[in-house]
Design a protein around this ligand. Structure first.
Ligand SMILES: NC(=O)c1ccc[n+]([C@@H]2O[C@H](COP(=O)([O-])OP(=O)(O)OC[C@H]3O[C@@H](n4cnc5c(N)ncnc54)[C@H](O)[C@@H]3O)[C@@H](O)[C@H]2O)c1
Length: 317
């Protein structure tokens, strides 16, 4: 039976991943940790306050619960990292090396997500290959490339079973996104339900990869359970479901809310980050090596997002 410690468990991914892992492996076998607490969290299963920049604290909790896996999600995301680059370095790199050291010392399986932010302006923009130029120009991107290499290093040098994916922008309705460049693709659904209108900070025609959260969670679980002998790559697999620009979300929303209005007020910082990222990435290596497949396209996701956000705000569509 698996016993998993999740860092950053209260974030956009962690809050849903922790619940899903508890459904699969049992509540007591999934230890949620974060630097902050939310009321009610403790009732769903074990939860501990852990600052990932404190390696000893992380080690002590992992040892006390006798976990066999760390899923390391604690991080500062792209837009926030550009506002606080040194803090981002300390959390993203300091936290990662601490989590890898704990995995090495306790011989744990290890997962952490990289991102489409690990690519940069010199990366081929369309159907970006698994192995290609990675010269990002953001602190977040620098952290993600360094992180991919560090995870590979711990695998080759110490034989730690490290695995990871490059997530695209993730769209979900449970926990709010944490300050990334693709957050507009979540906000647009909330604003559609609340005001039937959205002002996008990303310009018309700017394509980025996206994925609905259920596909992202399934990908993590599938990769972690994959036969290691089939994995040529480890850190980190390109995975994507949707390549879209703001107008594509508006068109999908209008199938349910015909009067929905989209306008633009571009934020230069996030726009510049978006333009340095691919338009679409090629997930073939993930499909071939561990059977990655996304179930949601933009229309199926939009229908469900509008239903879930309406329910959340008690609005009749
Ligand atoms: N959400 C996305 O669209 C997306 C896309 C690509 C990659 N990723 C990656 O997935 C991972 C999780 O992302 P997310 O969207 O859930 O982020 P998030 O910002 O929603 O959550 C991060 C969590 O980490 C916690 N945290 C911050 N500093 C900490 C510290 N020092 N110690 C312990 N916890 C700390 C925060 O309290 C928060 O709950 C990150 O590595 C991120 O780069 C996310």
């Amino acid at each position: 039976m698996k016993k998993i410690l999740v860092t950053g468990a209260l974030g956009q991914i962690g809050s849903e991943l922790t619940s899903k892992l508890r459904e699969i492996y049992g509540s007591d076998n999934v230890i949620g940790t974060d630097i902050r607490k939310i009321d009610g969290q403790q009732e769903q299963g074990p939860f501990e306050l852990v600052d990932v920049t404190d390696g000893k604290q992380l080690f002590d909790i992992a040892k006390r619960y006798e976990v066999d896996t760390i899923m390391h999600l604690a991080a500062l995301l792209s837009a926030k990292a550009e506002s606080f680059p040194k803090v981002a370095w300390d959390i993203n790199m300091g936290g990662l090396v601490n989590a890898l050291e704990v995995s090495k010392n306790l011989d744990l399986q290890f997962f952490t997500p990289s991102s489409i932010g690990a690519f940069g302006p010199t990366t081929p923009k369309d159907q970006t290959p698994q192995d290609t130029f990675q010269r990002p120009t953001t602190m977040y991107g620098v952290n993600k490339v360094a992180g991919e290499l560090l995870c590979d290093y711990y695998y080759h040098r110490f034989n730690i079973d490290t695995r990871g994916v490059r997530f695209p922008g993730l769209i979900s309705y449970v926990a709010p996104p944490g300050g990334g460049t693709t957050d507009y693709a979540v906000e647009i659904y909330y604003e559609a339900i609340k005001h039937n209108a959205y002002e996008s900070y990303i310009a018309e025609g700017t394509y980025m990869d996206m994925m609905y959260m259920p596909d992202a969670l399934n990908a993590i679980i599938k990769l972690m359970e994959a036969d290691p002998s089939r994995l040529v790559h480890r850190n980190a697999f390109n995975i994507s479901a949707i390549s879209a620009q703001p107008g594509d979300f508006a068109n999908a929303i209008r199938k349910h809310l015909p009067d929905f209005k989209l306008s633009y007020k571009v934020d230069p910082v996030r726009q510049q980050i978006a333009e340095s990222w691919p338009n679409s990435i090629d997930s073939a290596a993930a499909a071939n090596e561990w059977g990655f497949k996304a179930d949601y396209d933009i229309d199926r996701m939009t229908k469900e997002m509008l239903e879930k956000v309406s329910t959340k705000f008690n609005v009749k569509q």
